[in-house]
Design a protein around this ligand. Sequence first.
Ligand code: ADP
Length: 264
Amino acid sequence: VDTADEIGDLAQTINTLAGRLERVEQERHHLEQVRNDFLANVSHELRTPLTAMQGFLEALQDGLVEEEEARQKYYAVMYSETLHITRLVDDLMDLMKLENNELALAKFPIDVGGVIDKVVLAFRPEAEEKGVEILVEMPEKLPKVYADKDRIAQIMKNLVKNAIKFTDEGTIRLSARSEAEWVEISVADSGVGISADDQERIWERFFKVDRGRSKKNKGTGLGLAIVKELVELHDGEVTLTSEPGKGSTFSVRLPAMDCERMIS
Ligand code: ADP
């Protein structure tokens, strides 16, 4: 009887181990898939601007572009393609550091109002060119947040850049307010909006809604993935509410600084 019990126990242990091995194998397979998708995406995003540049360079080299004006246009396009590649590489480096916990924040007590003002100043011309008005609503006094100013600016830039990109002749409202233990910053646009299904995937690396339409928008699909990671690194959270055809609102909540703790 003892031996039969032992054999039974052994069989059960083997079963459990086999199950575990299978799960490990599934996980390994999944990671490999993620890695392959990532490499395919990076290659695609690099290849697109490189192919365009090759075409233009060949035409210039073969002396096919005779008019000076056309030549200048070719140079301008090639220059903007190199900017796109640089942005892509910078974004990838940031994401890699974020995911490996290697991004060090230079945290100080900061006033988010100042950051918002600077971002608006930088983007207003681009918005006006598209007939998009930027409105800012802020209370006179806001608690400070303990944060990396440059990274908060990067978060805001990504959100405002998107708001402009996906809005034609409309309004973008930037607001900040204090709520319970948070400082909440919102970027609300009256643009194309995002469907419920896409709202779930929007934070994924390289995800773009309707690749065809986004093509002329020249995004990397990394902006919101970086926003999410950066906000979470500040112990905050970012949320989205949106309705297709009506617009989108991205809200970033950062922990407000406790004044007493600041003094001690
Ligand atoms: P990128 O803007 O570089 O493509 P993001 O990660 O910033 O990458 O955004 C991913 C996608 O989410 C965009 O391609 C777009 O389809 C959608 N999106 C982001 N912001 C908005 C917005 N304000 N309105 C509508 N769609 C948006």
